[in-house]
Design a protein around this ligand. Structure first.
Ligand code: PMP
Length: 451
């Protein structure tokens, strides 16, 4: 099927007229619904997308939580173009090129201190699976091969690899795919409207939920547990902000029992909370950090795992001529991704974008919370430059309000992200106060008209 004729007439770009929407099987999308009334973006610059019918769309979500420095940055474009023309590809298995060494060296300067070694992947999902494998192999190399259990959290999102969906806590992402990884448990999530609705910043209630880890240790024995993985702030399942003291308690319990703590910072990395990583924002240092998205400003896919020196050194202790870790991707440290990452990290530093996020956070908080009291709004939560707005579920028919809100916001010129009835906002860190005002204005109109 082609784009419906009513849409075709409005289009500004004739090259798209013959677009056949059928062959592309869209990810995490209701394909048949979308293809009836597609929302297509054709260009972007700074804070804005342009839709295929020529409208400006304010980017309220930094693409998919990833375009932290704003769209189509000339420095990144030219770095990629130059790299493509110089060295399009080089293997990093038993071979190398300067790119990944440079990116790793630059990255380690902004990670928490003992995390100084970087393994490259091409996405968040790959980074997560890599981190889980590093954790398992680490214990085995230390003679603690019985530590094979992994612990995730309900409502955790760690990508879509088999490892990631096993430790992830989202039923639809798990239930179709067999028995998944064995030996995985889940901590309870920390979302609680009864105690924490309309919290500004970190909610006060819920630190004790970390103690569930003690229960799992008692049940399985510490000698069987390899790692705990959590998003410091859970993004994809609706912006769940960690209660005060919660991450500190997780860290303390992991320390007590020799369990590795993995922070999945695919969303929180690169300034989202106003510090380079959530680890620094919360003052809690994990053993491994997974990143992707903002690492390249999303211009080229790239993911990575950053590990504590002690983990890297444990792998380096065997005979020098032996491969230390039987894992890697053809595109680990791809030249184009490295070029994009270097240019991106340079922008973050030169423009002090993480500090900028921190200084805008109070304005963002008040602006977002001004939506309190509008129809259907049952919670608003925020931290750094991220916010969640939870809407009351519809009774009976009609589906989630969230999707309706997304369609209406898009028509009104704003890109938002929704999960069920939760709206997530995470603008590029270059956002101005006037953009925040525009977002709030559009959302307020959308919410007032939403059935
Ligand atoms: N972990 C987290 C915390 C994420 O938010 C995401 C993506 N939203 C992923 C992993 C997976 O990343 P990707 O889609 O790049 O595989």
């Amino acid at each position: 099927p082609l784009i419906p004729p009513t849409r075709l007439r409005a289009m500004t770009l004739p090259t798209f007229v013959d677009l056949n929407l059928d062959p592309f099987w869209m990810p995490f999308t209701a394909n048949r619904q979308f293809k009836q009334s597609p929302r297509l973006l054709v260009s972007a610059a700074g804070m804005y997308y342009r839709s295929i019918d020529g409208r400006e769309i304010l980017d309220g979500t930094a693409g998919l939580w990833c375009v932290n420095a704003g769209h189509c940055r000339p420095e990144i474009i030219s770095a990629i173009a130059q790299q493509a023309a110089t060295l399009d590809f080089a293997p990093t298995f038993q071979m190398g090129h300067p790119g990944p060494f440079q990116v790793a060296d630059r990255l380690r300067r902004i990670t928490p201190d003992p995390l100084n070694h970087v393994f490259f992947a091409n996405s968040g999902s790959e980074a997560v699976d890599t981190a889980l494998k590093i954790a398992l192999a680490y214990h085995r190399l230390r003679g603690e091969g019985t530590r094979q259990r992994l612990i995730g959290r309900e409502r955790g999102y760690h990508g879509v690899g088999f490892g990631g969906i096993s430790v992830g806590g989202i039923a639809p992402n798990r239930k179709f795919f067999g028995s998944l990884l064995a030996g995985v448990d889940h901590l309870p999530h920390t979302h609680n409207l009864e105690h924490n609705a309309f919290s500004k910043g970190q909610p006060t209630w819920g630190a004790h939920l970390a103690d569930e880890l003690e229960r799992l240790v008692a049940l399985h024995d510490a000698s069987t547990i390899a790692a705990v993985i959590v998003e410091p702030l859970a993004g994809s399942t609706g912006v769940l902000i960690p209660p005060q003291g919660y991450l500190e308690r997780l860290r303390a319990i992991c320390d007590r029992y020799g369990i590795l703590l993995i922070f999945d910072e695919v969303i929180t990395g690169f300034g989202r909370l106003g510090a380079p990583f959530a680890s620094q924002y919360f003052g809690v240092t994990p053993d491994l950090i997974t990143v992707a998205k903002g690492l390249t400003n999303a211009a080229v896919p790239m993911g990575a795992v950053i590990v504590r020196d002690e983990i890297y050194e444990t792998f380096m202790q065997g005979p020098a001529g032996q491969i230390e870790f039987f894992h890697g991707y053809t595109y680990s440290g791809h030249p184009l991704a490295c070029a994009a990452a270097l240019a991106t990290l340079e922008i973050y530093e030169k423009e002090a974008l993480f500090e900028r996020a921190a200084s805008l956070a109070p304005y963002w908080q008040e602006a977002i919370h001004s939506l309190r009291g509008l129809p259907h709004v049952i919670d608003i939560r925020n931290l750094g430059l991220v916010a969640g707005i939870e809407l009351a579920p519809r009774e009976g028919q009609g589906g989630p309000r969230g999707y309706d809100a997304l369609c209406r916001a898009f028509e009104a010129g704003l890109l938002i992200r929704v999960t069920g009835d939760i709206i997530a906002l995470s603008p590029p860190l270059i956002v101005e106060r006037s953009h925040i005002d525009q977002m709030v204005d559009i959302l307020s109109r959308v919410l007032q008209e939403l059935p």
